[in-house]
Write a protein that binds this ligand. Structure first.
Ligand code: PMP
Length: 357
């Protein structure tokens, strides 16, 4: 008799709940921080040609040399830094956590923040310590420094702008964290395109700083490409954990080509930032609703009976994200991704109808 899952699969894995992705067929999809715009037709035609000519019978370039050169330029990566590529930044988080998973290792992050920091630490059996943000969602430096002193984390993850709160953390506060950290500090700049701030240029100043980016939020979520920039001595170790050929031929080709026309993505990000302002004003006009200013491509807001509001929106064909129940500071909080003007109008109309129903 073959054994049952409970005899083979680790108890802590069976106790986990899988990352839930709801069905969005036919919905106005404003739940996953995707860019609502497609690429221009001429560029799409060029990509189709590249796919037609691709040698898909061969493995991809394992070092992705061409793509890395393109990324260095597009992201203004300092000379002193090396790059590690992942199948999305999720995979990079996984490589970082696995590589640091010595006995007694600790990953430190803030709460509320991106769930995968916690989940991947659980996958790797690494102790995860979180420090609550201040009530205004700012970084609580005092408590961060205490936690660093007490737990001596090998890795500290700070998403900046933070998901799901949307804000940037104070630069001086982050610098104090970097200075106090005994290990690596990874600044996750997934939402960099919508913020006017980056730690990329500071990489040469700190031996223990790494900056992570992704193409997912700027219009290429379907490609799955994440990027980590840091000192060569760290990147070389992480690279040993990278599965061979983790970035496919198609991803390398398409990313190279699109980044060569990077202005398209910058213009789309600018349109999203404009819409973010309009959406925020729309939300702030709703009585009893608190909307938090955002440096990302989504807006967090608090409203009483949030779950009922979420369901009401869903019934009206608009899918956003409910964070109610995920953390004390997110009670009655919902998160909406900035869509096209039409999508945002549909969302605001559905919200009004839901609240008046
Ligand atoms: N970091 C943050 C802060 C995120 O919000 C996300 C996506 N929700 C990711 C990383 C993962 O992005 P990807 O794996 O698509 O690159």
């Amino acid at each position: 008799m073959p054994k049952k899952p409970e005899e083979i699969i680790r108890d802590d894995i069976r106790a986990l709940t899988a990352y839930h992705v709801p069905d969005s067929t036919g919905m106005v999809k404003l739940d996953a921080m995707e860019n609502p715009y497609r690429l221009p037709p001429a560029l799409r035609a060029r990509l189709a040609q590249l796919v037609e000519d691709a040698s898909l019978n061969r493995y991809p370039d394992p070092g992705a040399g061409q793509l890395k050169a393109r990324l260095r330029e597009s992201f203004a990566v300092p000379e002193a830094a090396e790059l590690l590529l992942g199948n999305g930044s999720d995979e990079i988080i996984q490589m970082l956590v696995l590589a640091s998973a010595r006995p007694g290792a600790v990953v430190l992050a803030v709460e509320p923040s991106f769930t995968m920091f916690r989940m991947i630490s659980a996958f790797a059996g690494v102790r995860y310590v979180d420090v609550e943000l201040r009530e205004d969602f700012g970084l609580d430096v005092g408590r961060m420094l205490e936690a660093i002193e007490e737990h001596q984390p090998g890795l500290i993850f700070l998403a900046c702008p933070n998901n799901p709160t949307g804000n940037l953390f104070d630069t001086a506060a982050i610098e104090r964290v970097i200075a106090a950290a005994p290990g690596m500090v990874i600044i996750d700049e997934a939402y960099h395109a919508f913020a006017d701030h980056s730690f990329m240029a500071r990489l040469p100043h700190y031996a223990n700083l790494m900056v992570m980016r992704t193409l997912s939020k700027v219009g290429l979520a379907g490609l799955r490409l994440g990027v980590l920039a840091g000192r060569g001595e760290w990147i070389a170790q992480l690279d040993k954990l990278r599965l061979p050929y983790n970035v496919s031929t198609l991803t390398q080709m398409v990313a190279c080509e699109v980044l060569q026309h990077g202005a398209v993505l910058t213009e789309q990000a600018a349109a999203i930032k404009l819409e973010r302002g309009r959406l925020l004003r729309g939300l702030q006009g709703v009585r009893g609703l608190t909307a938090y200013p955002s440096d990302a491509n989504f807006i967090l807001f608090r409203i009483s009976h949030a779950e009922r509001v979420f369901d009401g929106l869903k019934q009206r064909g608009v899918l956003i994200k409910s964070l109610h129940g995920s953390h004390r500071q997110l009670a009655n909080c919902l998160r909406v991704t900035v869509g096209t003007p039409q999508e945002n109008d549909a969302f605001l109309a559905a919200l009004t109808h839901t609240l008046n129903a």
